[in-house]
Design a protein around this ligand. Structure first.
Ligand SMILES: [Cu+2]
Length: 216
């Protein structure tokens, strides 16, 4: 923990006003870091999208800012027939490994234009697939073959871009699960879109096949 190291390395007898001032400033920094971390934790509890599928390890992320933060997203086809990411808008910390898990219950296949068949912007340049329609490549992949896309999770522009592909589910009750890690090195607002022509209304609607990642 950086704050603890800073506390240890600057601990010294208050032999002068300068020393006292330094200690006071150090205490302020430590308090500020701690308050900031708990404020961030309050935003998403160290885990985005944790509901019934909350991971037990999520509760351990408050001990250090360098522990991975878990984000769980689900793709559903709503009762009204709309394709939707849940949640579509969320907040994560900067300079922290974000472990995404996207569970796709949509068994519809869609086409992609050339570059979007390739995984890009993830740690290691791969995504890991578990399940999906018959024939879906399993394990870590850097691209998917034609015919094996249902949706993408894409940050098409900005300081840091991203493209991962979600293969179709085997059935509406047997999802495809995709995991990957991303480390956002700059705070700010990142707009993401699905680049597969899955559902024109959803693609044009923030909160469905488009959304916002807020990096703080
Ligand atoms: Cu889509």
């Amino acid at each position: 923990m950086t704050a603890n190291e800073r506390t240890r390395s600057t601990k010294r007898p208050p032999t002068s006003n300068v020393g006292a001032t330094l200690l006071g400033a150090t205490a302020l920094v430590v308090v500020t870091v701690a308050v900031s971390w708990f404020a961030i934790g309050g935003l998403y509890g160290g885990c985005v999208g944790c509901g019934s599928q909350a991971a037990p390890q999520a509760s351990t992320t408050s001990s250090t800012t360098s522990a991975p933060v878990h984000v769980y997203l689900t793709i559903v086809n709503t009762a009204a027939g709309a394709d939707q990411y849940l949640p579509a808008n969320f907040t994560v910390p900067a300079n922290t490994q974000i472990d995404f898990q996207i569970t796709n219950y949509d068994n519809g296949a869609n086409n992609l234009s050339g570059p979007f068949w390739n995984v890009s912007g993830t740690d290691g340049g791969t995504e890991t697939i578990d399940g999906g329609m018959p024939g879906t490549p399993q394990g870590a992949v850097s691209q998917l073959p034609y015919g094996f896309a249902s949706h993408t999770f894409t940050i098409p522009s900005g300081p840091q871009t991203l493209n991962v592909i979600m293969p179709p589910a085997a059935s509406p009750t047997d999802p495809a699960v995709v995991t990957f890690s991303v480390t956002f090195t700059a705070s700010g607002t990142y707009n993401w879109n699905c680049m597969a022509p899955c559902d024109p209304a959803s693609m044009a609607s923030p909160g469905f096949m488009a959304g916002t990642i807020t990096v703080v």
